[in-house]
Design a protein around this ligand. Structure first.
Ligand code: ZN
Length: 340
């Protein structure tokens, strides 16, 4: 069988590896169908000095597949069932895990495809408790976007920022994988969406997704545009993942008592913060990373109800690196998925 393996920074090979043994008690064996790309794949590909990991490493952080075999004591799945997988090796026993806050697991064994071997391989064994069934009618291609892209946004918008119908949200980088999901999820509950994009082509596409107002940040300052669009009031929520380039501007876009939720820093990881502004304006800032199993189930349910991901491109496993380049270039609108 094949496994897409990172052997050095920026060096991927499609390696021939030994297939896994029969699944042990409590495990399932999964045949991977689709892997979806995220910025975490890009960080992993480029290499991160502080990340604790050893190469070679099988890449792929988000995927969907089909149960190939079940080990003893597994009754929830049978061969042929479609599943997605939780993307981190949680313990399932600590307080956070027991309370369903999986992304705060105290004994997490690492993020798949980043710290430990990931999903870009034909077959893998995994504890059955980390597999989540795909509802009928949801394609592997779409389901593959549930564990990270959809669930991260679900967690950010509804667990952290607690976005409500009738509120106004600023979604940064509306053409990105998570940006497109955020626009669709926010519109689905009846929020007003302002989004930023980098060109007119993306502006038209973001509009078509349902965004109420689209700001081309290369042509206009988004802070000024938001101020105008909200009658100087500001927005209730900002969905941040751009980082240093936009963070302070994002705070300026919030109304008093507004919430900013962030899950990324693609333009840079450090910024300065005006503490007077923070407490006087009573801003609430949420750092958000990953999602819970519940968020993944909710994401798949939304897909089954018709809220499907925007797919930018579908590529073959041999084109994985080209997919990463496309992601890095910011030419994408939506998700890049890799078929196995
Ligand atoms: Zn745990």
């Amino acid at each position: 069988m094949h496994a897409l393996t990172l052997i050095a920074d920026r060096k991927l090979v499609l390696a021939d590896v030994r297939p896994p043994a029969a699944p042990a008690a409590g495990e399932v064996q999964i045949r991977i169908k689709t892997v979806a790309l995220n910025h975490i794949d890009l960080w992993g590909f480029r290499g991160m000095a502080f990340a604790k990991r050893t190469l070679p490493l099988v890449v792929g952080a988000e995927a969907a597949g089909e149960i190939a075999a079940v080990g003893p004591e597994v009754s929830a799945f049978k061969p042929g069932d479609g599943v997605v997988m939780y993307g981190a090796l949680t313990c399932g026993r600590c307080k956070a895990c027991r309370e369903g806050r999986d992304n705060l697991c105290e004994n997490v064994g690492g993020i798949m495809g980043f710290h430990i071997d990931g999903f870009a391989r034909d077959l893998l064994n995994l504890p059955a408790r980390l597999a989540i069934p795909i509802p009928p009618g949801v394609a592997f291609r779409d389901a593959a976007c549930a564990p990270i892209a959809f669930a991260t946004v679900e967690h950010m918008l509804f667990d952290n920022a607690r976005l409500e119908p009738g509120e106004t949200i600023l979604v940064h980088a509306g053409g990105s994988g998570i940006g497109t999901v955020a626009i669709k999820m926010a519109k689905a509950i009846g929020a007003t969406v302002i989004t930023t994009v980098g060109d007119d082509d993306k502006a038209a596409k973001a509009k078509a997704l349902g965004a109420d107002h689209v700001v081309n940040y290369r042509a206009d300052r988004f802070e000024t545009a938001v101020r105008k669009l909200t009658g100087k009031k500001g927005v209730d929520v900002v969905f941040e993942h751009v980082g240093a380039d936009t963070f302070n501007g994002s705070l300026l876009c919030l109304k008093r008592g507004g919430r900013l939720v962030t899950c990324g820093a693609t333009s840079g990881a450090t910024t300065s913060l005006n503490l007077m502004q923070l407490f006087q304006q009573q801003y609430r800032i949420f750092g958000s990373f990953g999602a819970s199993m519940r968020n993944i189930r909710a994401s798949l349910a939304k897909m089954a109800a018709g809220l499907t991901p925007v797919i930018d491109t579908e590529i073959a496993v041999t084109e994985f690196e080209r997919g990463l380049e496309r992601l890095e270039s910011r030419r994408v609108f939506g998700k890049i998925v890799v078929n196995f």
